[in-house]
Design a binder for this molecule. Structure first.
Ligand code: FES
Length: 273
């Protein structure tokens, strides 16, 4: 009998595809009926996001070792203050005493934090709201993004437009990364900066807001062939948006770390040409 009860309970908790049987079957108490290892993805995401947040905060406030000619760290580009080691333009005069990173880092930070993929990642791994599909929220009631502060996530579409000039400037940094004191060349840093700009672009142009800007509010695609073509390109990129998110995150850290170590004198840049 005991064996039968245990078998019945296992069956009841483990049948995600099967609804509870019988007229008396009401709402179940289990947090989920899923039997697959859905919690496995939480820890790696938590570690990845945690490392990035700690590293980016540490570097943004360091205000040093972010330029090693001809490379500038993506955390400090564009550098717009007079106290920059390598200013692009002096928009903020000597009165600005804080780290110049603070002037621009809020744009890519806001863009990433309000990204649809990032939201899924930290809602699941940090907030457990919900921890996975078809798994109950940690909070008793589900309010989604209908209330403050989460309703502010709608600002993402504006961050998309704000981040575009930064993407363009990162490509300008790529051009500079091939110009050495002795002329045009190629260093390991040039390739790392190139990878950073490439993945940042793939991440930005695969954004859902970009997809909407290209193909949204079009009633008849045959009358808007250019927008249709753009929408198809962005849609193809958008399929891998999560991958671009992580690659962009990884390469920005790699680029900054490489420049930091160069600036510290830990090693010299590897010249390939
Ligand atoms: Fe991820 Fe816009 S949805 S960057």
């Amino acid at each position: 009998m005991l064996r039968r009860i245990l078998r019945d309970e296992r069956g009841a908790v483990g049948t995600a595809a099967r609804p509870p049987a019988g007229p008396s079957a009401g709402p179940h108490a289990a947090a989920t009926l899923r039997r697959d290892p859905w919690a496995r993805e939480i820890l790696p995401i938590l570690i990845g996001l945690g490392i990035f947040v700690i590293y980016a905060t540490w570097r943004a406030f360091m205000n040093a070792h972010y330029y090693a000619a001809p490379y500038i760290s993506p955390f400090y580009s564009p550098c717009l203050a007079a106290n920059c080691a390598h200013p692009l333009a002096t928009v903020f005069g000597p009165w600005w005493r804080l780290t110049p990173s603070l002037l621009i880092v809020w744009v890519p930070l806001g863009f990433r934090l309000s990204c649809y993929y990032a939201r899924k990642a930290y809602y699941r791994s940090v907030l457990w709201a919900p921890p996975a599909c078809a798994v109950r929220d940690r909070a008793a009631a589900y309010t989604g993004e209908t209330r403050f502060p989460w309703v502010l996530q709608n600002i993402h579409r504006y961050f998309f437009w704000l981040v575009l000039p930064i993407v363009a400037i990162h490509w300008y940094d790529v051009a500079l990364a091939f110009r050495f004191e002795d002329g045009v060349g190629l260093g390991l840093g040039s390739l790392i900066i190139l990878a950073d700009a490439t993945f940042l672009s793939l991440y930005t142009f695969s954004c859902h807001a970009c997809r909407h800007a290209c193909g949204g509010a079009v009633n008849t695609f045959s009358r808007a062939p250019v927008r249709r073509t753009l929408w198809r390109w962005v849609s193809a990129l958008n399929v891998h948006h999560g991958l671009w998110f992580w690659l962009a995150l990884g390469t920005i850290v790699l680029a900054d770390l490489y420049i930091y170590l160069l600036a510290l004198g830990t090693f010299a840049d590897v010249r390939l040409l």
